[in-house]
Design a protein around this ligand. Structure first.
Ligand code: E4P
Length: 218
């Protein structure tokens, strides 16, 4: 399983990139709004940091296929690595079909059931983004959704669409997605830090330092 970082905060993107673990970035309208910057400015800066797929979403207020296609073409022009993020609606499927026929990469977002993922794949989506955390929030098991999509895509045998585990909230989400063989997890920066934390690692470093200093000094 590969990693994207899920943020529009360029400082966090730089830190995740410097760690050497990410190969892409996902953003959404809420994350862009949180950055307090204009969409195109922040997206351009992200493309200068990470050389991999960068998902930029069509405007939250654009709900018709025609509008999504127009915006998708503009987003794709920003940089060769751009992926157009599109909400998983019927209009979104229509836009996906057109954009993918033009060679523009798409990421179908806000997926909450396996049928949405299958339809997105058949419409030509490059990526599907099932949201785990938001399902957990309403007492449904988000990880079951990933397992179902993975099984359906594998069974089909002719689907190239990649699964991006999204709305990841904790290290257990990441580990379970990796065990299921998901293609990618898009992870908030703080979860990368949580994934690296182990008290025995910290204690081990302290002991090595103490033992070394006792014999060799500082
Ligand atoms: C995915 O692409 C979304 O940007 C993101 O994972 C949503 O996560 P949230 O449910 O924590 O907002």
């Amino acid at each position: 399983m590969r990693f994207f970082v899920d943020t529009a905060d360029v400082d966090q993107i730089r830190k995740a990139n410097d760690m050497g673990v990410i190969c892409g970035v996902t953003t959404n309208p809420s994350l862009i709004a949180k950055s307090g910057r204009q969409f195109e400015d922040v997206i351009k800066e992200i493309t200068s940091i990470v050389d991999g797929p960068i998902s930029g979403e069509v405007k939250a207020t654009t709900t018709d296929a025609e509008g999504m296609i127009k915006e998708g073409r503009e987003i794709a022009k920003i940089h060769k690595n751009m992926v157009v993020k599109i909400p998983t609606t019927i209009e979104g499927l229509k836009a996906t079909k057109v954009l993918s026929s033009e060679g523009i990469k798409t990421n179908l977002t806000l997926i909450f059931n396996p049928n949405q993922a299958l339809l997105a794949a058949r419409a030509g989506a490059t990526y599907v983004s099932p949201f785990l955390g938001r399902l957990d929030d309403i007492s449904q098991n988000g990880l079951d959704l990933i397992a179902d999509i993975k099984e359906i895509f594998d069974m089909a045998g002719d689907i190239d669409t990649q699964i991006i585990c999204a709305s990841v909230r904790n290290p257990i989400h990441v580990m379970e997605c990796a065990k299921m063989g998901a293609d990618i997890a898009t992870v908030p920066y703080n979860v990368f830090e949580q994934m690296m934390k182990h008290p025995l690692t910290d204690q081990g470093i302290e002991k090595f330092q103490a033992d070394y200093k006792a014999v060799f000094g500082e």
